[in-house]
Design a protein around this ligand. Structure first.
Ligand code: DGJ
Length: 377
Protein backbone atom coordinates (compact mmCIF):
# COMPACT_ATOMS: atom_id res chain seq x y z
CA UNK A 1 0.00 0.00 0.00
CA UNK A 2 1.22 3.47 -0.80
CA UNK A 3 1.37 5.40 2.45
CA UNK A 4 1.60 9.18 2.24
CA UNK A 5 5.15 8.94 3.61
CA UNK A 6 6.10 6.56 0.79
CA UNK A 7 4.52 8.82 -1.81
CA UNK A 8 6.48 11.72 -0.37
CA UNK A 9 9.77 9.75 -0.53
CA UNK A 10 9.08 8.78 -4.14
CA UNK A 11 8.24 12.37 -5.02
CA UNK A 12 11.49 13.63 -3.48
CA UNK A 13 13.48 10.92 -5.31
CA UNK A 14 11.80 11.82 -8.60
CA UNK A 15 12.37 15.53 -8.04
CA UNK A 16 16.07 15.08 -7.33
CA UNK A 17 16.43 12.93 -10.43
CA UNK A 18 14.59 15.41 -12.58
CA UNK A 19 16.66 18.35 -11.40
CA UNK A 20 19.75 16.32 -12.09
CA UNK A 21 21.10 15.35 -8.64
CA UNK A 22 24.40 13.62 -9.18
CA UNK A 23 25.08 10.26 -7.61
CA UNK A 24 28.85 10.25 -7.38
CA UNK A 25 31.33 11.50 -9.96
CA UNK A 26 31.46 9.97 -13.44
CA UNK A 27 34.56 11.15 -15.29
CA UNK A 28 33.81 11.88 -18.94
CA UNK A 29 30.00 11.83 -18.53
CA UNK A 30 27.54 14.70 -18.84
CA UNK A 31 27.55 16.40 -15.40
CA UNK A 32 24.18 18.05 -14.78
CA UNK A 33 23.90 21.08 -12.49
CA UNK A 34 20.91 21.85 -10.22
CA UNK A 35 18.88 22.75 -13.33
CA UNK A 36 19.75 19.49 -15.09
CA UNK A 37 22.02 21.37 -17.52
CA UNK A 38 25.56 20.08 -18.25
CA UNK A 39 28.02 22.17 -16.20
CA UNK A 40 29.65 24.81 -18.38
CA UNK A 41 32.88 25.70 -16.53
CA UNK A 42 35.82 24.45 -18.57
CA UNK A 43 39.56 24.82 -17.94
CA UNK A 44 38.53 25.71 -14.42
CA UNK A 45 39.47 25.52 -10.80
CA UNK A 46 37.76 25.25 -7.41
CA UNK A 47 37.99 27.52 -4.36
CA UNK A 48 36.53 26.83 -0.93
CA UNK A 49 35.02 29.74 0.96
CA UNK A 50 33.37 28.99 4.32
CA UNK A 51 31.67 25.63 3.91
CA UNK A 52 31.05 26.11 0.21
CA UNK A 53 33.09 25.11 -2.83
CA UNK A 54 33.03 27.42 -5.85
CA UNK A 55 33.88 26.06 -9.30
CA UNK A 56 34.96 28.68 -11.83
CA UNK A 57 35.53 27.93 -15.50
CA UNK A 58 35.24 29.05 -19.08
CA UNK A 59 31.72 29.27 -20.42
CA UNK A 60 31.91 27.56 -23.81
CA UNK A 61 29.43 28.25 -26.59
CA UNK A 62 27.96 25.52 -28.81
CA UNK A 63 29.83 26.40 -31.99
CA UNK A 64 32.85 28.54 -31.06
CA UNK A 65 35.66 28.33 -28.53
CA UNK A 66 35.79 32.13 -28.29
CA UNK A 67 34.41 33.73 -25.12
CA UNK A 68 30.81 34.80 -25.77
CA UNK A 69 29.75 34.93 -22.11
CA UNK A 70 32.73 34.90 -19.72
CA UNK A 71 33.63 32.97 -16.60
CA UNK A 72 30.86 30.98 -14.94
CA UNK A 73 30.53 30.01 -11.29
CA UNK A 74 28.88 27.01 -9.63
CA UNK A 75 28.67 26.25 -5.91
CA UNK A 76 28.49 23.02 -3.95
CA UNK A 77 28.76 21.73 -0.40
CA UNK A 78 29.70 18.18 -1.37
CA UNK A 79 31.66 18.58 -4.66
CA UNK A 80 29.16 16.32 -6.43
CA UNK A 81 25.99 18.42 -6.67
CA UNK A 82 26.55 21.85 -8.20
CA UNK A 83 24.29 24.89 -8.28
CA UNK A 84 24.64 27.38 -11.09
CA UNK A 85 25.58 30.79 -9.63
CA UNK A 86 25.76 32.74 -12.87
CA UNK A 87 28.44 34.62 -14.74
CA UNK A 88 31.21 35.67 -12.36
CA UNK A 89 33.18 37.70 -14.91
CA UNK A 90 31.30 38.87 -17.93
CA UNK A 91 32.86 39.65 -21.31
CA UNK A 92 32.34 43.26 -22.39
CA UNK A 93 30.21 44.71 -25.15
CA UNK A 94 32.47 47.73 -25.36
CA UNK A 95 34.34 47.70 -28.67
CA UNK A 96 38.08 47.53 -28.12
CA UNK A 97 37.79 46.35 -24.50
CA UNK A 98 40.50 43.82 -23.62
CA UNK A 99 37.74 41.36 -22.72
CA UNK A 100 35.43 42.22 -25.62
CA UNK A 101 32.89 39.49 -26.42
CA UNK A 102 34.59 37.16 -28.90
CA UNK A 103 38.00 37.36 -27.24
CA UNK A 104 39.65 34.16 -26.01
CA UNK A 105 39.41 33.84 -22.24
CA UNK A 106 40.76 30.58 -20.86
CA UNK A 107 41.69 28.70 -17.68
CA UNK A 108 40.33 31.10 -15.02
CA UNK A 109 41.38 30.42 -11.42
CA UNK A 110 40.29 32.29 -8.28
CA UNK A 111 42.27 32.78 -5.06
CA UNK A 112 41.21 34.54 -1.89
CA UNK A 113 43.37 37.23 -0.33
CA UNK A 114 43.06 37.26 3.46
CA UNK A 115 44.70 40.70 3.80
CA UNK A 116 42.39 42.56 1.43
CA UNK A 117 39.33 40.33 1.80
CA UNK A 118 39.08 40.22 -2.02
CA UNK A 119 38.65 37.31 -4.39
CA UNK A 120 41.19 37.56 -7.20
CA UNK A 121 40.66 35.87 -10.57
CA UNK A 122 43.54 35.23 -12.99
CA UNK A 123 43.03 33.96 -16.53
CA UNK A 124 44.64 33.64 -19.95
CA UNK A 125 43.47 36.33 -22.34
CA UNK A 126 43.76 36.69 -26.09
CA UNK A 127 42.50 39.90 -27.66
CA UNK A 128 39.56 39.63 -30.04
CA UNK A 129 40.51 38.94 -33.64
CA UNK A 130 44.18 38.25 -32.91
CA UNK A 131 44.15 34.47 -32.54
CA UNK A 132 46.63 33.44 -29.84
CA UNK A 133 49.13 36.26 -30.56
CA UNK A 134 48.54 38.52 -27.56
CA UNK A 135 49.45 35.83 -24.98
CA UNK A 136 48.38 37.93 -21.98
CA UNK A 137 47.32 37.34 -18.42
CA UNK A 138 44.09 38.92 -17.21
CA UNK A 139 43.16 39.77 -13.64
CA UNK A 140 39.83 40.67 -12.01
CA UNK A 141 38.63 41.15 -8.41
CA UNK A 142 35.42 40.71 -6.44
CA UNK A 143 34.13 41.17 -2.90
CA UNK A 144 32.20 37.90 -2.97
CA UNK A 145 33.38 34.51 -4.24
CA UNK A 146 30.65 34.22 -6.86
CA UNK A 147 31.32 37.75 -8.10
CA UNK A 148 30.58 39.91 -9.91
CA UNK A 149 34.28 40.33 -10.77
CA UNK A 150 35.61 43.67 -11.97
CA UNK A 151 38.22 43.42 -14.69
CA UNK A 152 41.42 45.17 -13.61
CA UNK A 153 43.99 44.72 -16.33
CA UNK A 154 45.58 42.45 -18.90
CA UNK A 155 49.18 42.32 -20.01
CA UNK A 156 52.43 40.47 -20.45
CA UNK A 157 54.42 39.40 -17.39
CA UNK A 158 57.35 41.26 -15.80
CA UNK A 159 58.56 43.57 -18.62
CA UNK A 160 62.25 44.50 -18.44
CA UNK A 161 62.98 41.91 -15.76
CA UNK A 162 65.21 38.90 -16.35
CA UNK A 163 64.33 35.53 -14.70
CA UNK A 164 66.27 34.59 -11.60
CA UNK A 165 67.38 31.13 -12.65
CA UNK A 166 68.82 31.86 -16.10
CA UNK A 167 72.27 33.40 -16.57
CA UNK A 168 72.17 37.02 -17.77
CA UNK A 169 71.81 36.93 -21.55
CA UNK A 170 74.53 37.73 -23.98
CA UNK A 171 72.26 40.31 -25.59
CA UNK A 172 74.23 40.59 -28.81
CA UNK A 173 74.31 36.84 -29.38
CA UNK A 174 70.59 36.37 -28.71
CA UNK A 175 69.54 39.42 -30.75
CA UNK A 176 71.65 38.24 -33.62
CA UNK A 177 70.08 34.73 -33.46
CA UNK A 178 66.60 36.28 -33.39
CA UNK A 179 67.60 38.18 -36.54
CA UNK A 180 68.57 34.97 -38.31
CA UNK A 181 72.30 34.86 -37.60
CA UNK A 182 72.92 32.00 -37.17
CA UNK A 183 69.82 30.75 -38.98
CA UNK A 184 68.13 28.42 -36.51
CA UNK A 185 65.45 25.99 -37.67
CA UNK A 186 62.86 25.03 -35.04
CA UNK A 187 63.53 21.77 -33.24
CA UNK A 188 67.16 21.49 -34.28
CA UNK A 189 69.52 20.85 -31.33
CA UNK A 190 71.20 24.20 -31.99
CA UNK A 191 67.86 26.05 -31.83
CA UNK A 192 67.01 24.22 -28.60
CA UNK A 193 70.28 25.42 -27.09
CA UNK A 194 69.23 29.00 -27.80
CA UNK A 195 65.73 28.37 -26.43
CA UNK A 196 67.26 27.08 -23.21
CA UNK A 197 69.55 30.12 -23.00
CA UNK A 198 66.46 32.30 -23.15
CA UNK A 199 66.24 33.46 -26.77
CA UNK A 200 62.47 34.08 -26.51
CA UNK A 201 62.72 35.37 -22.93
CA UNK A 202 65.08 37.95 -24.38
CA UNK A 203 62.86 38.66 -27.41
CA UNK A 204 60.01 39.51 -24.99
CA UNK A 205 62.19 41.23 -22.39
CA UNK A 206 61.00 44.76 -23.17
CA UNK A 207 57.31 44.02 -23.66
CA UNK A 208 56.98 41.32 -21.02
CA UNK A 209 56.76 37.56 -21.05
CA UNK A 210 54.02 35.68 -22.89
CA UNK A 211 51.38 34.12 -20.62
CA UNK A 212 49.01 31.45 -21.97
CA UNK A 213 47.80 28.29 -20.14
CA UNK A 214 47.90 29.16 -16.48
CA UNK A 215 47.05 28.58 -12.87
CA UNK A 216 47.56 30.50 -9.63
CA UNK A 217 48.65 28.92 -6.39
CA UNK A 218 48.61 30.15 -2.77
CA UNK A 219 51.35 28.61 -0.66
CA UNK A 220 51.15 27.79 3.06
CA UNK A 221 52.82 31.10 3.95
CA UNK A 222 50.17 33.08 2.05
CA UNK A 223 52.46 33.96 -0.89
CA UNK A 224 50.83 33.42 -4.26
CA UNK A 225 52.33 32.44 -7.60
CA UNK A 226 51.27 32.65 -11.24
CA UNK A 227 52.32 29.59 -13.24
CA UNK A 228 51.97 29.91 -17.01
CA UNK A 229 53.12 28.65 -20.40
CA UNK A 230 55.46 31.23 -21.84
CA UNK A 231 58.05 31.71 -24.58
CA UNK A 232 55.83 30.40 -27.43
CA UNK A 233 54.57 27.65 -25.08
CA UNK A 234 58.09 26.24 -24.98
CA UNK A 235 58.87 27.04 -21.35
CA UNK A 236 56.84 27.35 -18.16
CA UNK A 237 57.43 30.31 -15.89
CA UNK A 238 56.56 30.75 -12.23
CA UNK A 239 56.12 34.37 -11.10
CA UNK A 240 55.51 35.62 -7.58
CA UNK A 241 52.44 37.80 -6.98
CA UNK A 242 52.25 40.92 -4.83
CA UNK A 243 50.72 40.73 -1.34
CA UNK A 244 47.29 41.67 -2.70
CA UNK A 245 47.61 38.98 -5.43
CA UNK A 246 46.73 41.42 -8.25
CA UNK A 247 50.17 41.98 -9.82
CA UNK A 248 53.61 40.41 -10.28
CA UNK A 249 56.48 41.33 -7.94
CA UNK A 250 59.17 40.89 -10.60
CA UNK A 251 60.56 37.66 -9.16
CA UNK A 252 60.21 34.77 -11.59
CA UNK A 253 61.88 31.57 -12.77
CA UNK A 254 61.79 29.45 -15.92
CA UNK A 255 60.84 25.77 -15.59
CA UNK A 256 61.50 22.90 -18.04
CA UNK A 257 63.09 25.16 -20.65
CA UNK A 258 62.10 24.02 -24.14
CA UNK A 259 59.90 21.24 -22.70
CA UNK A 260 56.64 22.51 -24.28
CA UNK A 261 54.35 22.23 -21.28
CA UNK A 262 50.77 23.47 -21.08
CA UNK A 263 47.89 23.11 -18.62
CA UNK A 264 49.84 23.42 -15.33
CA UNK A 265 48.13 22.11 -12.18
CA UNK A 266 49.97 22.16 -8.86
CA UNK A 267 49.73 20.83 -5.33
CA UNK A 268 51.92 20.60 -2.25
CA UNK A 269 52.01 17.59 0.05
CA UNK A 270 54.27 17.09 3.07
CA UNK A 271 56.39 20.05 1.96
CA UNK A 272 56.90 18.73 -1.59
CA UNK A 273 55.44 20.43 -4.69
CA UNK A 274 54.00 18.32 -7.50
CA UNK A 275 52.96 19.77 -10.83
CA UNK A 276 51.05 17.94 -13.55
CA UNK A 277 51.11 19.39 -17.08
CA UNK A 278 50.38 18.35 -20.65
CA UNK A 279 52.25 18.61 -23.91
CA UNK A 280 51.12 21.06 -26.61
CA UNK A 281 48.75 19.44 -29.11
CA UNK A 282 45.94 22.00 -29.36
CA UNK A 283 42.60 20.53 -28.25
CA UNK A 284 43.79 16.95 -28.78
CA UNK A 285 44.85 14.99 -25.70
CA UNK A 286 48.41 13.88 -25.08
CA UNK A 287 50.44 12.19 -22.35
CA UNK A 288 50.52 14.07 -19.03
CA UNK A 289 53.83 15.01 -17.51
CA UNK A 290 54.75 15.48 -13.87
CA UNK A 291 57.35 17.60 -12.09
CA UNK A 292 58.44 17.82 -8.49
CA UNK A 293 60.42 20.28 -6.36
CA UNK A 294 61.01 21.08 -2.72
CA UNK A 295 60.98 24.84 -3.40
CA UNK A 296 58.52 26.64 -5.68
CA UNK A 297 61.61 28.28 -7.23
CA UNK A 298 62.97 24.88 -8.23
CA UNK A 299 64.95 23.06 -9.34
CA UNK A 300 62.01 21.11 -10.79
CA UNK A 301 62.66 17.52 -11.72
CA UNK A 302 60.59 15.77 -14.39
CA UNK A 303 58.95 12.41 -13.60
CA UNK A 304 56.88 10.02 -15.72
CA UNK A 305 53.17 10.41 -16.51
CA UNK A 306 51.22 9.90 -13.24
CA UNK A 307 48.14 8.47 -15.03
CA UNK A 308 47.32 4.77 -14.81
CA UNK A 309 44.54 2.77 -16.50
CA UNK A 310 42.83 2.68 -19.90
CA UNK A 311 43.98 5.50 -22.17
CA UNK A 312 46.46 6.70 -19.51
CA UNK A 313 48.95 7.60 -22.25
CA UNK A 314 46.45 10.21 -23.46
CA UNK A 315 45.55 11.42 -19.95
CA UNK A 316 42.26 9.45 -20.39
CA UNK A 317 41.41 11.77 -23.32
CA UNK A 318 41.76 14.90 -21.17
CA UNK A 319 44.10 17.73 -20.31
CA UNK A 320 44.94 18.82 -16.76
CA UNK A 321 43.44 22.01 -15.36
CA UNK A 322 43.63 21.96 -11.54
CA UNK A 323 44.45 19.96 -8.45
CA UNK A 324 42.02 20.49 -5.61
CA UNK A 325 43.23 19.88 -2.08
CA UNK A 326 40.31 19.04 0.17
CA UNK A 327 41.22 20.92 3.33
CA UNK A 328 38.86 19.13 5.71
CA UNK A 329 39.78 15.57 4.68
CA UNK A 330 43.19 14.14 5.47
CA UNK A 331 45.51 13.77 2.51
CA UNK A 332 42.82 14.20 -0.15
CA UNK A 333 43.61 15.72 -3.53
CA UNK A 334 41.51 15.65 -6.69
CA UNK A 335 42.97 15.80 -10.19
CA UNK A 336 40.78 17.83 -12.56
CA UNK A 337 41.05 17.71 -16.36
CA UNK A 338 39.03 18.66 -19.45
CA UNK A 339 38.05 16.48 -22.37
CA UNK A 340 37.79 19.15 -25.06
CA UNK A 341 35.18 19.02 -27.82
CA UNK A 342 36.30 21.77 -30.21
CA UNK A 343 33.53 20.87 -32.70
CA UNK A 344 30.92 21.35 -29.94
CA UNK A 345 32.78 23.27 -27.21
CA UNK A 346 29.95 23.42 -24.64
CA UNK A 347 29.82 19.62 -24.65
CA UNK A 348 33.40 19.33 -23.38
CA UNK A 349 33.57 16.93 -20.42
CA UNK A 350 35.29 16.77 -17.07
CA UNK A 351 37.61 14.23 -15.56
CA UNK A 352 37.82 14.36 -11.77
CA UNK A 353 39.84 11.61 -10.14
CA UNK A 354 41.24 11.19 -6.63
CA UNK A 355 45.03 11.23 -6.43
CA UNK A 356 46.68 8.32 -4.68
CA UNK A 357 50.27 8.21 -3.45
CA UNK A 358 52.99 5.59 -3.72
CA UNK A 359 55.01 4.76 -0.60
CA UNK A 360 57.68 7.27 -1.69
CA UNK A 361 55.03 10.00 -2.05
CA UNK A 362 54.77 9.97 -5.85
CA UNK A 363 51.22 10.85 -7.00
CA UNK A 364 49.23 8.37 -9.09
CA UNK A 365 46.04 9.22 -10.98
CA UNK A 366 44.09 6.05 -11.66
CA UNK A 367 41.06 5.93 -13.94
CA UNK A 368 37.69 5.17 -12.36
CA UNK A 369 34.41 4.95 -14.29
CA UNK A 370 32.58 6.22 -11.28
CA UNK A 371 33.44 7.17 -7.70
CA UNK A 372 32.07 9.16 -4.84
CA UNK A 373 33.50 11.56 -2.29
CA UNK A 374 32.21 9.07 0.31
CA UNK A 375 34.69 6.48 -1.02
CA UNK A 376 37.49 8.74 0.17
CA UNK A 377 36.44 8.84 3.80
C1 DGJ B 1 45.49 23.86 -25.38
C2 DGJ B 1 45.26 24.70 -24.19
O1 DGJ B 1 45.56 23.97 -23.06
C3 DGJ B 1 43.80 25.15 -24.15
O2 DGJ B 1 43.57 25.89 -23.00
C4 DGJ B 1 43.55 25.91 -25.40
O3 DGJ B 1 44.36 27.08 -25.41
C5 DGJ B 1 43.88 25.08 -26.61
N1 DGJ B 1 45.24 24.61 -26.56
C6 DGJ B 1 43.69 25.83 -27.90
O4 DGJ B 1 44.10 25.04 -28.99
Amino acid sequence: MLTSKRIMTMAVAFLSLSIGAQAGIKPGAVWPDNRGVHINAHGGGVLKSGDTYYWFGEHKADTTSSAMVGVTCYSSKDLENWTYRGVALSVSDQKGSDIERGCILERPKVIYNKKTGKYVMWFHLELKGQGYAAARYGVAVADKAEGPYTFLRSGRVNPKIWPENTPKPDAEVLTSALNGNPKLDWWTPEWMEYVKKGMYTWRDYDGGQMARDQTVYVDDDGKAYHIYSSEENLTLQIAELTDDYTAHTGRYVRVAEGGQNEAPAIMKRNGVYWMITSGCTGWAPNKARMFTATSIWGPWKQLPNPCVGPNADLTFGGQSTYILKIADRPDTYIFMADIWRPEHPSDARYIWLPIEFKADGTPVVEWKDEWSMDDLK
